[in-house]
Design a binder for this molecule. Structure first.
Ligand code: GSH
Length: 168
């Protein structure tokens, strides 16, 4: 199969765009990068790519995809690898459900708290907000790390103590 022509529309300051970029790198896919300046209104040219005006967006052999979770899922579907089973492989659908639950738990239980901590004034307010992030990770994320049994160990070897990673 010929290598796909891929363009990632991104901003290096955007964690959602990092998500797409990490998947492209993990899958060893070649891609071009177009940096979108988020400090100014989006150009008509970019709004034609993504009418929502957000990054990331991905052009894949001329087809446009938007939304980081959609882009990531598409890439692992289109490029089977050691990273994740396809949904038709034995255990694949179950593995994907587990991974999706893990991701959902992070976004519903932890992610919002990280923004509160990021915006908090330095001092007791920030310390308290940071503690809430760590507490949520310990309560909601760490019990799910056994999900890693369903994943390739490379996902897991550094994540057995997620709270330590956040603290450090
Ligand atoms: N749900 C979207 C969120 C993307 C998003 O919020 N991107 C921000 C940058 S981190 C953006 O493009 N903001 C442009 C703006 O608000 O003008 C995804 O997962 O791709």
């Amino acid at each position: 199969m010929a290598a796909p022509k891929i363009t990632l529309y991104t901003s290096y300051s955007c964690p959602w765009a990092h998500r797409a970029q990490v998947v492209l790198r993990e899958l060893n896919l070649d891609f071009e990068t177009v940096i979108i300046d988020l400090s100014v209104p989006r150009s008509a040219e970019y709004l034609a790519v993504n009418p929502r005006g957000l990054v990331p967006a991905l052009a894949y052999n001329g087809e446009i995809l938007t939304e980081s979770s959609v882009i990531s899922q598409f890439l692992v579907d289109a490029h089977p690898s050691h990273l994740e089973k396809t949904s038709s492989e034995p255990g694949g659908a179950f593995q994907r459900a587990k991974i999706n639950f893990f991701v959902d738990t992070y976004f519903s239980k932890v992610h919002g708290l990280t923004f509160v901590a990021w915006r908090a004034e330095k001092g007791p307010e920030k310390d308290e907000a940071a503690k809430k992030v760590v507490d949520a990770i310990v309560k909601d994320i760490e019990p799910l790390l056994k999900v890693c049994l369903f994943l390739n160990p490379i996902h897991c070897e550094h994540t057995s103590h997620a709270s330590e990673a956040v603290i450090s």
